[in-house]
Design a protein around this ligand. Structure first.
Ligand SMILES: [Zn+2]
Length: 305
């Protein structure tokens, strides 16, 4: 009995460890990048994200477990444009993993493959708040950039795992066609609201707004990364009344008190939109992210008529 069990178990275990060991170990800075890496890498890779989707990606509390993840990584995918500047560089450094150091074979900054907005033209000073000098790092919120990120990930995976190149290419092409189909649905849902003006809390949505034809008129933050002030809040209320703006879009990690009071005084409404996969339970992949946000937006615009 024991012998026959052993006979059955040994090949199973051997096969299991071999395949787990041969999988590429991918770590991403955010859950959006993890979702896109999963689309392309399928079961040839193991993916883990450092930041969670409900966290403000500018501020992630470093933990020793993150260093362990980076120690074992074959590939690190980052948003770049200094989004992670406050927390990722020391983690990479302490991992002592040469592969994932900037410039290493396993370091991929996908921003260089994407269309980037809000690139400052003049000199950036402290007085401007937390302006990202290389441009707006919230660029994954445009499906066309999602497509570009998947492409960059495919190229990098094929480079690190040439035997899987055809597999990655096929999966990326499949993702691409599913994204094209979803985009038709999203474009149709948003078409009636092109040209609508909105307020957002942080500058997280320029790519999303450009893609769907929304106009972001002002922000709850007086300057990027600077908390609301009474005088700026009053300006926002007046702007909303004057320009008949009805929606205030807020990321899930900001305090709702100021947005709620702006809504109350301007006759508008607060919509908590998800900037990232993993922000709420039902948003587990890149498609569900846009389904969720566009669903919420369309019904909020409808209500605000
Ligand atoms: Zn930002």
């Amino acid at each position: 009995m024991l012998r026959s069990l052993g006979f059955l178990l040994v090949p199973f275990l051997a096969g299991f460890t071999a395949s787990a060991a041969s999988k590429l170990n991918v770590v991403t800075a955010t859950e959006d990048l993890a979702a896109l890496a999963r689309e392309v890498g399928g079961d040839r890779i193991v993916v883990d994200s450092i930041a969670r989707g409900y966290q403000d990606p500018h501020f992630v509390e470093p933990k020793p477990s993150f260093i362990l993840k980076l120690q074992k990584a074959d590939l690190l995918v980052v948003v770049g444009l200094q989004l992670e500047i406050g927390w990722l560089p020391p983690l990479i450094n302490q991992s002592r993993n040469a592969k994932v150091q900037p410039g290493g074979s396993g370091y991929l900054d996908v921003s260089s493959s994407c269309v980037i907005l809000d690139i400052p033209t003049g000199q950036v000073t402290r007085a401007m708040g937390d302006v990202h000098p290389l441009g707006n790092p919230h660029y994954w919120l445009d499906p066309d950039n999602g497509r570009r990120i998947a492409q960059a990930i495919e190229q990098k995976l094929a480079q690190l795992d040439p035997a899987g190149a055809a597999f990655y290419a096929q999966r990326r092409a499949d993702f691409d066609s599913r994204l094209t189909a979803a985009e038709k649905r999203w474009d149709a849902a948003m078409a009636p609201y092109r040209g609508r003006k909105v307020i957002t809390y942080h500058r997280s949505w320029p790519n999303f707004a450009a893609h769907y034809g929304l106009e972001v008129v002002d922000y709850v933050e007086p300057k990027p990364g600077i908390p609301p002030t009474p005088s700026h809040t009053l300006d926002v209320i007046n702007t909303m009344k004057r320009e008949n703006i009805k929606l205030i879009l807020v990321e899930p990690y900001f305090d709702l008190r100021t947005p709620n009071s702006i809504a109350e005084k301007s006759g508008g409404q607060v919509v908590v939109l998800m900037p990232s996969v993993g922000g709420v339970e039902q948003v587990r992949d890149y498609f569900q992210l846009f389904d969720y946000d566009i669903g919420l937006l369309a019904s909020a615009f409808e209500k605000a008529r």
